[in-house]
Design a protein around this ligand. Structure first.
Ligand SMILES: NC(=O)c1ccc[n+]([C@@H]2O[C@H](COP(=O)([O-])OP(=O)(O)OC[C@H]3O[C@@H](n4cnc5c(N)ncnc54)[C@H](O)[C@@H]3O)[C@@H](O)[C@H]2O)c1
Length: 261
């Protein structure tokens, strides 16, 4: 199936690790050019070196997205280097566990900057470019937006707001033909997930406990499966009439009958 992404320029935040890296790979496999907006880290360096060695049309724009000014500069840099923007995948985030009891108001606001404000800032600054291409936005949210988790108010607020903004922007951007959708993962093994798991008393027992409750196949969702849903939503040829949608890719974890597991 041709997704019509050949030569398109896609911005992927956090696109050098975990789910973002899988999205970058999927976009590249479709012939797209990818601007990875991410903080510097050893794993991101390693990923970018692999991309360079394979000749992939992928460049890093190094940015701490918690800084809104840097978001503006990063979008400008992408436009200078790539010439246009056809898609924005807001993906970077961190389940930072700022709880109602355990956190403070200051930590809550900081969590919103870590997880939410850059979704708005990047969409805002990329909008003129997206209008020119009738581009598309995909927001990576989380099951936490629908189910809660406990002890993570900042992250939950951000993830819920991402779903509201998906619908809000889909409505606001109708006149420009810009589609906006969200993908909601639940349990995907990534560096972030590994860190959270390793912080538990018995990581392997915890992992078994979680996967046993995932109805389809009793397994974690693959990052490549989140990426496949994302490239579909980026594709104007294949999802050209899909906007304002929240697509839960989780093996039935959130919505199927508990009795099944
Ligand atoms: N892994 C899961 O099971 C899961 C479940 C639900 C939702 N999600 C969501 O998927 C997205 C990706 O998660 P992941 O598990 O791949 O995370 P990850 O930490 O493994 O990878 C995210 C990448 O984004 C970068 N990043 C994060 N915040 C940044 C910032 N402010 N500025 C620049 N770079 C930043 C990180 O450094 C890292 O390279 C997140 O929005 C997360 O909330 C993940």
């Amino acid at each position: 199936m041709d997704l019509g992404l050949n030569g398109k320029v896609i911005v992927v935040t956090g696109g050098g690790a975990g789910i973002g890296a899988a999205i970058t790979r999927a976009c590249l496999a479709e012939g797209a050019r990818v601007a990875v907006l991410a903080r510097h880290s050893a794993s991101v360096d390693e990923f970018m070196a692999e991309m360079e060695a394979s000749g992939a049309r992928c460049e890093l724009v190094e940015a701490n997205l918690e800084d809104a000014r840097r978001c503006e500069q990063a979008i400008r840099e992408v436009e200078e280097r790539f010439g246009s923007i056809d898609g924005l995948v807001n993906n970077a985030g961190n389940n930072d566990r700022v709880g109602l009891e355990s956190g403070s108001v200051e930590q809550f606001v900081a969590s919103l900057h870590r997880n939410l404000v850059h979704y708005y800032a990047l969409a805002h600054y990329a909008l003129p470019a997206l209008k020119r291409t009738q581009g598309s936005i995909v927001n990576i949210s989380s099951k936490v937006a629908l189910t809660g988790q406990g002890g993570t108010s900042g992250y939950a607020a951000a993830k819920g707001a991402q779903l509201a903004l998906t619908r809000e922007w889909a409505a606001e951007l109708l006149p420009y033909g810009i589609r906006v959708n969200a993908v909601l993962p639940a349990e995907v093994m990534t560096p972030l997930y590994r860190r959270l798991l390793d912080a538990t008393h018995d990581p392997e027992a915890e992992l078994k406990h979680i996967t046993e409750k995932i109805p389809l196949g009793r397994r974690m969702t693959l990052a490549s499966e989140i990426a496949a849903a994302t490239v579909f939503l980026l594709s104007a040829t294949q999802s050209g009439h899909t906007t304002g949608q929240h697509l839960v890719v989780d093996g039935g974890y959130v919505h199927l009958d508990r009795a099944l597991t």
